[in-house]
Design a protein around this ligand. Structure first.
Ligand code: ZN
Length: 355
């Protein structure tokens, strides 16, 4: 792994930003963690997922309604990931630690692993965002090329088409392949996981076995192999596509930057916070429905600057961030609609696919 450093000696930008954001919470007497709106989301989404699962496995509607319900299940699980798991794993869901710890396990309920995620996402992705050679989120070579420092291959000419298929398989590969690779290699891409406590080994295996029991064995027993196989991949298609697209729109679009860290030592000239703004984009921030569904992940710049603040506060914080960016002459990339961000992502993928 490359040794990557930021120019944090004179962090004027972050200092002024932090002063303004601290003042906002103080003046409005607000906690930085989640509020009733966030707890309400968990109260809606988790029972909805359990209800859809119960209907599919035990009530067993006809084929077309079942397939539609599999899509609904995939979308609901994605929304639990965005709204509950993501905040909880950052410690911003609640001001009480054990509530965050318990809600983090919603990722295990989805099939993943909260301990590995915190290493991959909180530590690596949030520090070394878009740093090629370190950030696991843009490490999909040789399948897809996500920045110009990655080696070009002829198949990449078509990546703006076939990447959709890879995105649709992404949650299946995450749960069934990548988690095990990270666990057994004790590595997240190029970063070693130095210590996995015994408790985490136990949680890893119990939740993976429960996943196989509830998402594979029990449905096969109840509905039969082929109906399960079809439903399982339809559900993963909806889940994977949704998760991948939302994460791609934040960092792999035309107007953000990347850093090549395929060298032993890399010095980034910007302070860490400026690097976060330059490598990240917002989208559809005026769309209340999208903001609700993606758990504020459309406010990614604000999230990357303040990952320990719950997403329920990002609309207010965004105004401060934009203002401080203007004062410091830093571009705040903001796509007005989700459609414009999706277009930008696939145009960028097509551009990277050209030799
Ligand atoms: Zn995050």
């Amino acid at each position: 792994m490359a040794k990557v450093t930021f120019n944090n000696k004179n962090s004027v930008f972050y200092d002024s930003l932090k002063t303004r954001v601290d003042a906002y919470f103080k003046e409005n007497h607000l906690k930085r963690t989640g509020n009733f709106h966030l707890f309400f989301k968990a109260l809606v989404l988790i029972p909805a997922a359990v209800g859809v699962y119960y209907t599919l496995v035990f009530i067993q509607p006809a084929v077309i309604p079942s397939l539609l319900l599999c899509i609904v299940l995939g979308l609901t699980l994605a929304s639990i990931g965005f709204n509950v798991m993501h905040d909880a794993c950052h410690g911003s869901y609640s001001s009480t630690k054990w509530v965050n710890d318990v809600m983090s396990l919603s990722l295990n309920f989805l099939g993943g692993n909260a301990f590995i995620w915190k290493m991959k996402h909180n530590v690596i992705h949030h520090t070394y965002t878009n740093v090629d050679g370190v950030d696991d989120d843009i490490a999909k070579m040789p399948l897809i090329r996500q920045c110009s420092s990655q080696k070009w291959m002829p198949a990449h000419r078509y990546q703006h088409w076939y990447s959709l298929g890879i995105y649709a398989l992404s949650s299946f590969l995450w749960i069934m392949v990548m988690d095990y690779m990270k666990y057994f290699s004790k590595k997240v891409y190029t970063t070693p996981i130095n210590n996995i406590p015994v408790r985490e080994h136990v949680i890893f295996w119990i939740s993976k076995i429960l996943y196989i029991g509830f998402y594979i064995a029990l449905p096969i027993y109840m509905v039969g192999f082929l109906p399960w196989l079809t439903g399982f991949f339809v559900m993963h298609g909806a889940l994977g596509l949704t998760l991948a697209i939302v994460f791609q729109l934040a960092h792999v679009v035309e107007d953000v930057s990347f850093v090549d860290a395929n060298a032993p030592v890399v010095k980034i000239e910007d302070e860490w916070a400026i690097h976060q703004v330059k490598t990240t984009a917002d989208f559809a921030t005026n769309n209340k429905l999208i903001s609700w569904f993606v758990g504020g992940l459309n406010f990614q710049i604000e999230h990357h600057l303040f990952p320990k603040i719950s997403h329920v506060h990002y609309p207010a914080i965004r105004l401060i961030v934009k203002d401080v960016c203007d004062q410091h002459g830093i571009k705040h990339v903001d796509y007005p609609t989700m459609g414009s961000a999706i277009n930008s992502h696939f145009r960028f993928m097509k551009f990277l696919g050209k030799k």
